[in-house]
Design a protein around this ligand. Structure first.
Ligand code: ZN
Ligand code: ZN
Length: 349
């Protein structure tokens, strides 16, 4: 990642960052798929797996029978209720007819000998007996339904007794499975993070840096975003602990590089002018000058003041005179802007 002043180089650098992000994006997609499928490595767990299969089978049969009985009793009850309704309305209408007939009938002196009255009364009695019978049928079906319901309840109670330890076992097994899957994921993502650290330390400035950075972005994303949401309880701890470790390592690295930089700077400021110039990169020197910063010590200098030729902080020459035409020129320029003569200073590219 040269801080270049060349336009094409600058744009190519940006394009390479784009490559890094696209590369990271595809890696994240692939990694996400793999992590997602890790849950399916193990078969899904059910509570019934943790129940005695023989007793479970018995209970299932009993429960099925009880529920069947319940259904049958309910259907029979509905039928009986319907039949009772019909019988009741038959009786009611027959009684209404009888009452009407009785009201309009010219009463005789001896009703007990009135055969029609006797026939009608008997018919009414028969209808009432039918109604009572229908009511009795309802009661019988209600009893049958109650029996079936109670039987089903007893089987369900036994089922629950069998199930409750299984629920606990299932919960524990599910937790264990979660932990295992989490460890698979950790085993997959932690090496990625370590590899990313190595790439950062050794390859981030290599020719193929976009791939190194793409991988680093991917590894960070995979570790801190894909690993954690599945398991808040374990994942949270791991995220924070690894986050602390990574921050500590990165912080130590930053502190050491700052110290190294300061030491290097001090060392180079002690060197003679020409030698300091030779260790400097041309583009970087020009870039710093364009920001009114001394290329040697990175402190601000007033470049517009025509009388200042040297940095007042570190003493490096900022302006000199062309050996050929004696024009005052930038001491870091490779050629005299006035006559084109090559300057005697040579800066690294
Ligand atoms: Zn300086
Ligand atoms: Zn010149």
């Amino acid at each position: 990642m040269n801080k270049s002043l060349r336009l094409t180089e600058k744009w190519m650098g940006r394009a390479l960052w784009l490559v890094a992000f696209i590369f990271a994006g595809f890696l994240i997609g692939l990694g996400g798929k793999i992590v997602e499928n890790l849950w399916d490595v193990e078969a899904p767990l059910t509570v019934e797996q943790f129940m005695d299969p023989q007793r479970l089978g018995e209970l299932k049969t009993q429960l099925g029978a009880a529920q069947h009985k319940q259904r049958e009793a309910r259907a029979a009850l509905e039928q009986a209720e319907q039949a009772h309704g019909v019988a009741r309305s038959n009786t009611a209408s027959a009684r209404a007819t009888f009452d009407n007939w009785l009201a309009t009938r010219r009463a005789t002196a001896r009703p007990d000998q009135d055969t029609e009255l006797i026939t009608r009364t008997k018919a009414l009695d028969a209808l009432e007996a039918e109604e009572r019978q229908a009511l009795a049928a309802i009661d019988a079906q209600r009893q049958a339904m109650l029996d079936a319901t109670q039987q089903a309840e007893r089987v369900e109670a036994r089922w629950e007794a069998l199930e409750s330890p299984a629920v606990q076992a299932h919960y524990e097994a599910a937790r264990a499975k979660e932990l295992r899957v989490f460890l698979y994921r950790l085993a997959l993502t932690l090496p990625l993070l370590v590899l990313a650290g190595w790439l950062f330390a050794h390859k981030r400035k290599s020719t193929y840096w976009p791939f190194a950075w793409g991988f680093i972005i991917f590894a960070l994303f995979a570790f801190f975003f894909e690993l954690v949401p599945y398991l808040p309880s374990y994942g949270g701890y791991v995220r924070y602990i690894v986050g602390i470790v990574v921050t500590a390592v990165a912080g130590r690295y930053a502190i050491l590089s700052l110290q190294r930089y300061l030491a290097r700077q001090k060392e180079s400021e002690a060197l003679p002018d020409v030698e300091r110039r030779q260790t400097m990169r041309y583009d970087l020197a020009l870039q710093r000058l364009s920001k009114s910063v001394c290329p040697g010590c990175e402190r601000t200098v007033d470049l517009k003041d025509g009388s200042i030729d040297y940095c007042q902080h570190c003493g490096i020459g900022l302006f000199d005179r062309c050996g050929c035409c004696n024009t005052r020129k930038n001491a870091f320029a490779r050629f005299c802007f006035s006559c084109g003569t090559a300057a005697n200073t040579t800066l690294a590219d």
